[in-house]
Design a protein around this ligand. Structure first.
Ligand code: BGP
Length: 485
């Protein structure tokens, strides 16, 4: 097979953004407060202490609502994509992007989440973005829910805990399908839907001190509402936009057993199955027996309407999208040295190097993930987040980032190997093609981009964009469809 055609001819090379991490303009254009707008930058908290970074209380939300500034809230300023989207999209086009993943900030269209009509200024902003993408022949891949729930729904209903939020999300999604139908074919419902247990407020607007009792039950109930909502909007997308493709989105937390001891293997298998459970529900349209048995064992009772399970079964997704940054390791033994990961810790893998944030770099793990997902689901796959956060340095106006090129080169080689083994991989969007605000720590200094943004963790800087060395490397990868690897 000729090397040039290892990636499919129309492979969707590109990058991925999230509204709450790039747009800024948190209180402009009619936008309401979202859960991201109350995320405080905690300068002195260890970047591996995810629980501390994600921690939220009714008091901290109240305090944030009283603060009219963005000083302590980097996600309120993002990288000013709201005003600079045309310049940034031109840079993505210069790299040759075929696709750009963005999210629609729910509270930009529905400030409190309960309005019956959409905020037209918000709709018009996204139409301007889609027009700009269309001008450059860049295919949008749109996430409906990417950690941007209207704060008002969190305060009134404790987020997705109340079933009524399904209706508000369905109304928001229908407006997106109807108004953005001319531009968007690829849709993702919930970003990293599995993250609800890792950070329930970011993912589902749940403030823990509002439900101190049996939180496991509460979160599973909220998750059920998200699964039903995901199925309903999959139905509506297919009805409103013929030919549309809807994907689920999973944090692929590929985990290895620390040793071949059967107990390590068994514990690791359960961990991997509990990660895949989220995509199982959205691909197979039913709850796996493993989870139902866990509910019985732990007396978890999920409130369901009579047709909920029929809805899940009837409206499953067309493709599976996922994020992959690093792999994890699991052990049945106690007292093991731990390593960091994407809002999760694992046992340290002695065979793998780590990023400055402790995430263990494992390109082979991406190939393992692709083979596993394709074997399980036999549906097209899309990698919609991958990359490494690093401390870049500007030297004489340049950013030399060979470490980032090495990371991507190694991961692309594994993607190529997976495709050569028959995996139906339809696209790849790197996470953060332009430096942006970190989801987990609200840092700017954790840089992912091929494009540098002159802004520090405290929001100081000119916001100037600078092409890094990796900008030109990725441009060549896209131009040759991977042949230059
Ligand atoms: C994922 C989110 C992305 C992105 C990524 C990197 O969980 O879907 O929004 O932020 O994590 O994580 P971080 O930004 O914390 O480095």
């Amino acid at each position: 097979m000729n090397n040039e055609h290892v990636f499919p001819e129309n492979f969707l090379w590109g990058g991925a953004l999230a509204a709450n991490q790039v747009e800024g303009a948190w209180n402009q254009g009619g936008k309401g407060l979202s859960v991201a707008d109350v995320a405080v930058y905690k300068k002195d908290v260890d970047v591996k202490d995810y629980a501390a970074h994600a921690a939220i209380t009714s008091a901290s939300v109240e305090q944030a609502m009283q603060d009219p500034s963005d000083t302590h809230y980097p996600k309120r300023r993002g990288i000013d994509f709201y005003h600079r989207y045309a310049e940034d999209i031109a840079l993505f086009a210069e790299m040759g992007f075929k696709a750009l993943r963005i999210s629609i900030a729910w509270s930009r269209l529905f400030p409190t989440g309960e309005e019956q009509e959409a905020n037209e200024e918000g709709v018009q902003f996204y139409i301007r973005v889609f027009e700009e993408l269309k001008k450059h022949h860049i295919e949008p891949i749109v996430t409906l829910s990417h950690y941007e729930m209207p704060l008002a729904l969190s305060l009134k209903y404790n987020g997705w805990v109340e079933r009524t939020v399904i209706d508000h999300f369905v109304r928001f999604s229908r407006v997106c399908f109807e108004r953005f139908k001319p531009y968007v074919k690829y849709w993702l419902t919930f970003n990293e839907i599995d993250s609800i247990f890792r950070h329930p407020f970011t993912t589902a607007g749940i403030i823990p001190d509002r439900c101190p009792e049996n939180q496991q039950q509460t979160i599973y109930q909220a998750l059920h509402h998200q699964f039903v909502a995901s199925a309903l909007v999959t139905r509506d997308c297919h009805d409103i936009i013929p030919g549309s493709q809807v994907g689920c989105m999973l944090t692929k937390l590929t985990t290895y057993p620390h040793t071949c001891h059967p107990q390590d293997v068994e514990k690791t298998l359960i961990k991997n199955l509990m990660n895949l459970f989220y995509s199982d529900v959205q691909v197979f349209g039913e709850y796996p027996a493993l989870v139902q048995k866990q509910w019985q064992k732990e007396s978890i009772h999920i409130e369901m309407q009579p047709h909920d399970l029929d809805i899940l079964k009837a409206h499953t997704v067309d493709f599976i999208s996922f994020s992959y940054y690093m792999s994890l390791t699991e052990s049945a033994s106690d007292g093991m040295e731990m390593a960091a990961g994407n809002t999760i810790l694992g046992v340290k893998n002695p065979y793998l190097p780590s990023t400055d944030w402790g995430w263990q770099i494992d390109p082979v793990g991406l190939k393992v993930s692709l083979l596993e997902l394709y074997d399980r689901y036999k549906k097209p796959l899309m990698i919609v987040e991958n990359g490494m956060g690093a401390k870049d340095e500007v030297v004489d106006g340049k950013i030399h980032d060979p470490y980032r090129i090495d990371y991507f080169k190694a991961h692309f080689e594994q993607m190529k190997a997976a495709v050569a083994l028959g995996v139906d991989l339809i696209g790849y969007t790197s996470w953060g093609p332009i430096d942006l605000v970190s989801a987990g720590t609200s840092q700017m200094s954790k840089r992912y981009g091929f494009i540098y943004v002159d802004q520090d963790d405290e929001g100081h800087g000119t916001l100037e964009r600078i092409r890094k060395d990796s900008f030109y490397w990725y441009q060549d990868i896209i131009k040759t469809n991977g042949a230059s690897l």
